[in-house]
Structure formats: structure tokens, C-alpha cells
Design a protein around this ligand. Structure first.
Ligand code: ADP
Length: 169
């Protein structure tokens, strides 16, 4: 028996985290010894919240959810290199719809080609969040839409400060 802890990584942009992501974290946690949420820091990508802010926001939400043993960190570069650094054995990804599948499948096969030591595990979204994406969250919020029930409260507060600063003055 190999008693090395089974560490899984849930990587993503999480710009910002929403309830679809939160649900994947909640369901993935018991399947592994450790779960690390890894925020991708990509200089090339325009983001609303920088990687450090995203880490702080996710930490706050997970602490409120009682998921204090889920680690949150950021990484840049190749996921396989990050996996090697932390001794991860599995990547967790969420699947919303057929439209996610092609990209996710491609990434999983590329990652396996780059480093065959770890596997990608897909979790199907919960139906109530199947339409939810970070892009849509930002778009709807900036146009005045109500995202209660779709985005955790601490994230809503940050969105308000960032996208509707006059409302908080
Ligand atoms: P990306 O990693 O492509 O920048 P995200 O940060 O938005 O995308 O998402 C990270 C992971 O969470 C991806 O595997 C994505 O498919 C998954 N995900 C995003 N939204 C949902 C949702 N509503 N339900 C389940 N999984 C989701």
C-alpha cells in the first residue's frame, strides 16, 4: 500500500469564484486526502481581480463554508510543473456542458502527454449552476443584475467595490 497523501489540485482562473466552483470544491474535497485550489496567475490575461486578491477571496469563502482544510494558492506556468512541486496526483475540473468538454478533453490529454503521472477527474456541475461562468458574473453584475444565490456574499461585496464603487460610498 502506498500511504503518500493523495493530493488533488483544482486549478482555474476563478475571476471571481462563483457558486458553481464552490460546489465543485465541496464535492471534490472528500474524494482526496488534500485538495488545493490553485489560482492561475497569467500575465497575458486581463483580469478583474489579481491573483493575490482571488486567493484571499476564495480563502474567505471556504473558511465561512467550514472548508478550512482546503488549501488555496496561486501558480503560474505549466500545471504539470506545479503538480510536481506540490506532489499532486490528480487534477479536478468541473464540466458544465458539452461546450466545456472539447477544451477540457484537450487539456487533459495534453497534460497527460506532458506528465503521465497524474490523472484528470471531471465532476459534472450541479444543474442549478450549469449556466454560470465568471465571465457572465462580471457582465451581469456590471449591468446591474442581481446575483444573489449565484455568487458567495464576500465575493458580491468585492464585486460591488470594484464594479459599482459609487454604490458603496
Ligand atoms: P478557466 O480555468 O477555464 O479559466 P474557470 O476559472 O472559470 O475557468 O473554471 C475553473 C474550473 O471550474 C473549470 O474546470 C471549469 O469548467 C469549472 N467550472 C466553471 N464554472 C462552473 C460551473 N458553473 N459548474 C461547474 N464547474 C464549473
Amino acid at each position: 500500500m502506498n500511504d503518500k497523501p493523495r493530493i488533488a489540485v483544482y486549478p482555474g482562473s476563478f475571476d471571481p469564484l462563483h457558486n458553481g466552483h464552490r460546489e465543485i470544491i465541496r464535492r471534490a474535497r472528500p474524494a482526496f486526502d488534500e485538495l488545493v485550489v490553485a489560482v492561475l496567475h497569467n500575465e497575458e490575461k486581463r483580469v478583474l481581480f489579481d491573483a493575490e486578491e482571488r486567493v484571499v477571496m476564495i480563502r474567505e469563502v471556504l473558511d465561512r463554508d467550514g472548508l478550512t482544510d482546503v488549501k488555496v494558492t496561486s501558480f503560474s506556468g505549466l500545471l504539470v510543473d506545479f503538480m510536481g512541486q506540490i506532489g499532486g496526483c490528480a487534477v479536478v475540473r468541473g464540466l458544465r456542458a458539452v461546450s466545456d468538454f472539447e477544451y477540457e478533453f484537450q487539456m487533459a490529454l495534453m497534460n497527460r502527454r506532458l506528465d503521465p503521472r497524474f490523472e484528470t477527474f471531471f465532476l459534472a456541475t450541479s444543474e442549478q449552476y450549469s449556466f454560470l461562468s465568471s465571465r457572465l458574473v462580471k457582465e451581469v453584475y456590471s449591468l446591474g443584475g442581481d446575483l444573489t444565490g449565484l455568487v458567495p456574499r464576500p465575493i458580491l461585496a468585492r464585486l460591488e467595490a470594484r464594479l459599482r464603487p459609487s454604490a458603496t460610498e
